[in-house]
Write a protein that binds this ligand. Structure first.
Ligand SMILES: NC(=O)c1ccc[n+]([C@@H]2O[C@H](COP(=O)([O-])OP(=O)(O)OC[C@H]3O[C@@H](n4cnc5c(N)ncnc54)[C@H](OP(=O)(O)O)[C@@H]3O)[C@@H](O)[C@H]2O)c1
Length: 266
């Protein structure tokens, strides 16, 4: 069976990472078009083909992913030949750009999908929210879900859930890196080198994430309590952490981000 042809217009940080992750699977014929074509060089070595221009990419691809900035999205879609685009799948990863705006820019000639990734997509461990145009059939949904499932976890959401998703998961890496940094510096305070502390803390997060993923039925608090022996060192640390209300602070941060996201909706 022929490979699915996927093209990315706008191959910067996120568009480039999507191409790189898909290239590693060996399952796709991949095309890239971006304003500064030199940025494609490392991807060409991985088997991505450079398109002649955006419409050449559209003509070669069944699924077209737009990786340009939100303020550029309507102009880029507007510049695409609608006859070439007709009947294809157009996926936008632009933050805050609604399906309605995307469909209007595309003159409703193709199936439009809104996708919100987070930065671990850059190492093929992203979480991707997907929202499909009503026009999308099961075959098209499966096709897009298959592409993003090769780069991490896919969740289909109603469009009104995109802002809460952004507040929790899109912004999530910022919360997690802040927590990691706090622990790394605590390690340095206790006498570990920065490099030692960072690598140990990184593995701590990776290991805990794996335990949580492999035991979805086990409550996270039960996993925490398993580490706390009576009158021991861990419970002393956990008690001190909770005096400062860390969980409450995280909850507050996500709600604040959601409120700001609602103010910014398209
Ligand atoms: N980065 C994230 O964490 C993140 C998370 C969620 C969603 N997103 C979304 O992902 C999109 C891309 O973000 P990014 O961080 O990857 O930005 P980026 O690194 O600036 O990538 C955008 C790319 O688009 C290219 N471009 C601009 N105009 C173009 C045109 N007319 N035709 C073809 N290519 C064009 C740019 O070219 P130049 O190289 O010449 O500038 C650049 O390479 C945004 O819409 C953003 O909302 C990003």
């Amino acid at each position: 069976m022929a490979n699915l042809c996927v093209g990315v217009i706008g191959c910067g940080n996120m568009g480039g990472a999507i191409l790189k992750g898909l290239a590693a699977t060996g399952k796709y014929s991949l095309y890239g078009w971006t304003r500064t074509m030199k940025r494609l060089d490392p991807l060409l070595e991985k088997g991505v083909e450079a398109a002649q221009d955006a419409n050449d990419l559209v003509s070669k691809s069944s699924v077209i992913i737009l990786g340009v900035k939100p303020y550029q999205i309507e102009d880029v879609i507007g510049s695409l030949d609608k006859d070439l685009l007709s009947g294809k799948i157009l996926v936008s990863i632009a933050a805050g750009t609604s399906l309605k705006t995307l469909k209007k820019a595309a003159d409703n000639c193709c199936t439009v999908v809104r996708c919100m990734p987070n930065t671990p997509a850059m190492v093929s461990r992203g979480v991707f929210a997907l929202c499909f145009d009503k026009k999308a059939g099961d075959r098209e949904k499966k096709c897009v879900e298959g592409i993003f499932a090769d780069l991490g976890l896919c969740v289909e959401l109603a469009e009104e859930q995109f802002t809460p998703f952004s507040a929790l998961i899109g912004a999530g890496p910022a919360y997690v890196f802040d927590l990691m940094e706090g622990l790394v510096m605590a390690g340095v305070t206790l006498g570990f080198s920065h490099a030692q502390s960072r690598s140990m803390v990184t593995e701590l997060f990776a290991g805990c994430a794996k335990m949580a993923a492999e035991n979805p039925a086990e409550h996270l608090m039960a996993m925490r309590d398993n580490v706390c022996s009576p009158a021991g060192l861990t419970i002393a640390g956990v008690n001190a952490m909770n005096e400062d209300g860390l969980s409450a602070k995280l909850g507050k941060a996500v709600l604040k981000a959601n409120k700001r996201g609602r103010e910014m909706e398209d």
